[in-house]
Structures are given as C-alpha cells and as structure tokens.
Design a protein around this ligand. Structure first.
Ligand SMILES: C[S@@+](CC[C@H](N)C(=O)[O-])C[C@H]1O[C@@H](n2cnc3c(N)ncnc32)[C@H](O)[C@@H]1O
Length: 219
C-alpha cells in the first residue's frame, strides 16, 4: 500500500479510514507540525496520548519513516474508553471510544509500518514512568479535562526546547470562529495549565471545523 514518500496523497486514505476521529485538516496539520520539529532537529521521541485504534498514529509513524528520523513512537491509551467526565466535559461519556491493542497493531501491520511502543492503562498510571525522557512532539487527544491536564503535567517537563504539543479539540472561537466546540474541558485544561507556564500558542486552522492548538516550548 502507498506510504508517505514523495506524495501526501495517502492522507486521503487515512482520513477515509477514520472518519469519526480525524480528517484532512487534522492530518495535514499533524504532518507539517511533525515535519517541522524533525527538520529543525529537535531531540526526542514522538508520543500520542489517546491513540484509540491507532488510525492517526500510523500517520505519525509514516512521517518518522519518510523523514528517516530515528525516533521511537510511543502510544498511550486505557483501551477501556474514556474515564468519567468532569463538570467541564460534555458530548462523550465514560467508556466511549473503546479500542484494543490488537486494533492498533493490525492497523500498523496493514500499512506495513514499524510497530510502535504501546502503553496500556490510565494516563495517571502510565505517564509518570512510561514516557520517554525526552519528547520532541506530542499529540494529545484525550478529549476530557482531566485527561488533557494530566497529559500536559507529564509531557511538558519532558518536552525539548523547540518541541511541539498539538492538542485536539481545543476550540478558540475568537481566533477560529468555525472551530468545533464540543469538548470544552480541553481548552479549560490547557488554559489553566499554561496560565503560569511559558509557551507559544498557535491556533491551527483548516477548511472545516478544526479545533486544534499547538503549544511550543520556547527557550
Ligand atoms: C478521541 S479518542 C483518540 C483518537 C485517536 N487519537 C485518533 O486520532 O484516532 C480518545 C482516546 O483517549 C483515551 N483516553 C482518554 N482519557 C484517557 C485517560 N485518562 N487515560 C487513558 N486513555 C484515555 C480513550 O480511551 C480514547 O481511545
């Protein structure tokens, strides 16, 4: 099957394969954000927190292989679906979005990709000891307030200077009026975390209702 060498057209297939959780806007933004970090030589591995069945994770691995990056890809998920929502969360409920490790491995095998390191369990349990020491790029897609706050708490101290964290479902309607505002706990968690942590924030946009933020570690 076609891979990400010379042409990005495989992104169409990846979007069609995962219509509930990603789209062309997310995939093209992830592609460029990860390329930018790798081509700038930012040291560290690549992590996705909330990988579900791995259907976006394969794009990250395709970029790593196409760029010959020599980095590992680490994936994290409860594989038990979402935890209980907080008062800040809505739209989804506990147990939604369940997938299995076998789903993840099957998708990587289908695309004939190097297998990732998969970390099973709640973020609170896995992240403190199972994150790589140095992270260059993180994709945070945990949907709920606590999941995103926990993700930032553990990823940010390990993020290299110049490294990038992309957060899905971060909706800033002032800067991106068409962005989807279904999971307000995500923005709340980020805004609270970064209230006293220096970072450069960029709202990413696309042709549709993308709600994506990038936080870069400066200095
Ligand atoms: C929207 S899905 C991720 C979709 C995936 N990134 C993709 O693009 O296909 C959210 C995932 O986050 C996981 N998740 C959310 N909060 C979690 C937590 N606190 N610990 C572990 N997994 C969590 C859920 O199990 C679910 O699979």
């Amino acid at each position: 099957m076609a891979r990400l060498t010379g042409s990005n057209s495989v992104i169409f297939d990846l979007a069609a394969d995962n219509p509930n959780m990603t789209d062309l806007d997310r995939l093209t933004n992830l592609y460029w954000a990860l390329c930018s970090v790798l081509r700038s030589g930012i040291p560290g591995d690549v992590v996705e927190l909330g990988c579900n069945a791995g259907r976006t994770s394969v794009l990250l691995e395709m970029v790593l292989e196409a760029e010959d990056a020599g980095r590992d890809l680490h994936l994290y998920d409860s594989f038990d679906g979402l935890p209980a929502p907080s008062d800040a969360d809505r739209y989804l409920k506990q147990g939604d979005c369940k997938a299995t490790v076998s789903d993840v491995l099957a998708v990587f095998e289908r695309w004939n990709l190097r297998l990732p390191q998969v970390h099973t369990g709640w973020f609170e349990a896995t992240l403190p000891r199972q994150l790589p020491d140095r992270v260059a790029f993180a994709y945070l897609d945990g949907d709920f307030y606590e999941s995103i706050h926990t993700s930032l708490t553990h990823v940010w101290p390990r993020l290299s200077a110049g490294g990038s964290v992309i957060v899905d479902d971060y909706c800033d309607r002032e800067l991106s009026p068409r962005a989807w505002d279904g999971l307000p706990g995500v923005k709340k968690a980020c805004d609270e975390f970064f209230a006293d942590v220096p970072a450069s924030r960029r709202i990413l946009v696309g042709a549709g209702d993308l709600a994506f933020a990038e936080f870069r570690k400066t200095g």
